[in-house]
Write a protein that binds this ligand. Structure first.
Ligand SMILES: [Zn+2]
Length: 405
């Protein structure tokens, strides 16, 4: 049993490292080609950023592997011993929280390195230690209150017996839906300041654009995203016909009105094509598969690891193995999602015009320093959006992409 799960995990780790290695090789080579889409200095920077983040990813995957060995070989039994709470439900909740906390602490150096070294070096991050600590405390509070409550309910379900996984699935799926629903109005404001967009003309144009697909605006806001990061973004929130439009202040500063509307047009394309529903359906399918598997874990697995089959050990196994399932499921999501992106681009282009969207995408890429090309295997596993070079070609931009011989 231990050998089987060891091999499965090893294949997962090996695949991830192999894909990263291919990507690093591909980008290192493509870096020598004449710059496309980005201006030459950003082209090189984007390539270097890609290589640096992939190197970090590889190291992080190795640590993930060591943590797997730690938990299976020793950690799960150790936690069982050190948490001595009598009440079985509370013990389970404490166990899962300790498990998550340890995982967080192990990944913390990577996050710090990325935020305070890599992203600063490449000019993205405006993060200050003070803001980082405040963010962390807020997230921790959310985790202890809501995370704790969610774990508590899940533990109760598992304790009910064999068919718990159906209830567990329904419950967690509902939680995901609710979080998505309340995120823009209740969660995002905890981390960012929302301000009503002052530019009345732009606001009017946005509302007109929403009306073309039968939507009403529930307010157009800008958020102070630049206090953390210089990358640009925008999103729509809310259920039903009323939408809250959220623009990053960075987006408003860097794009002109025409380009900004084209970007929003793209987002409205997703709405028009019901892509959000498709995503919810795919997430649901993935969750269902996971809960089915973790609802049928064999007793032999628990015996082999030396822990009792209890709600908290089931959840711990879930947290250890779920990344493998989602990693191999992601390519399916990617194929659907990339097709959706082309369709949304077409819609955005139609709502303004293709050059406006193409310009906006190029500006976004320059500001976000996203390298426009990727190894096919990397695209297959990780890309929810098509590579920029392909998106621009679909928008009718002529790109002269002659690799050096
Ligand atoms: Zn999109």
């Amino acid at each position: 049993m231990l050998l089987t799960i060891g091999i499965i995990y090893f294949i997962y780790v090996l695949t991830k490292i192999y894909v990263s290695t291919m990507e690093i090789g591909f980008v290192t080579k493509a870096k020598q080609d004449p710059a496309v889409i980005l201006d030459p200095s950003n082209y090189i920077k984007a390539a270097n950023y890609k290589i640096a983040t992939q190197r970090m990813e590889m190291l992080s995957t190795l640590v993930e592997y060591l943590m797997f060995i730690f938990w299976i070989g020793f950690g799960l039994r150790w936690l069982e011993k050190v948490i001595t709470i009598q009440d079985p439900t509370l013990k389970s909740v404490a166990y899962v929280m300790a498990f998550v906390l340890i995982g967080y602490l192990v990944s913390l150096p990577f996050d710090l390195y990325k935020t305070f070294y890599l992203d600063k070096k490449f000019g993205f991050s405006n993060m200050t230690p003070k803001l980082y600590i405040i963010d962390t405390l807020k997230s921790a509070a959310l985790f202890f209150v809501f995370g704790g409550a969610i774990i508590y309910v899940l533990v109760k379900f598992i304790a009910m017996g064999d068919n718990w996984w159906i209830w567990g699935f329904g419950f967690i799926f509902l939680v995901i839906l609710v979080i998505n629903l309340i995120y823009p109005t209740l969660i995002a404001p905890i981390f960012n300041k929302f301000e009503v967009l002052k530019d009345e003309r732009l606001k009017e144009s946005i509302e007109k654009l929403l009306a073309t697909v039968g939507l009403k605006s529930e307010g157009v806001f800008t958020i102070d995203a630049s206090k953390r990061d210089n990358r640009l973004n925008a999103y729509f929130g809310g259920l039903g016909k009323s939408k809250r439009v959220v623009l990053y202040d960075t987006l408003v500063q860097k794009l002109n009105e025409h380009e900004l509307l084209a970007v929003l047009g793209h987002e409205l394309g997703h709405y028009k094509h019901k892509d959000i529903l498709k995503n919810i359906f795919m997430t649901g399918t993935l969750m269902f598969i996971m809960f089915y598997i973790f609802g049928h874990l064999p007793q032999a697995l628990f015996d082999a690891v030396g822990v009792p089959k209890a709600p908290h050990t089931i959840i711990a196994f879930f947290l250890i193995f779920a990344p493998i399932i989602s990693f191999f499921f992601m390519p399916i999501v990617g194929i659907v999602s990339r097709a959706n992106e082309y369709a949304a681009d077409a819609f955005g282009a139609e709502s303004q015009d293709a050059p406006a969207l193409a310009n906006a995408l190029q500006k976004l890429a320059n500001e976000n320093k996203s390298f426009p090309k990727s190894h096919p295997l990397f695209i297959f596993f990780y890309y929810t959006h098509p590579p920029l070079i392909e998106r621009l070609r679909h928008l009718g931009v002529k790109i002269d992409d002659e690799p050096n011989p």
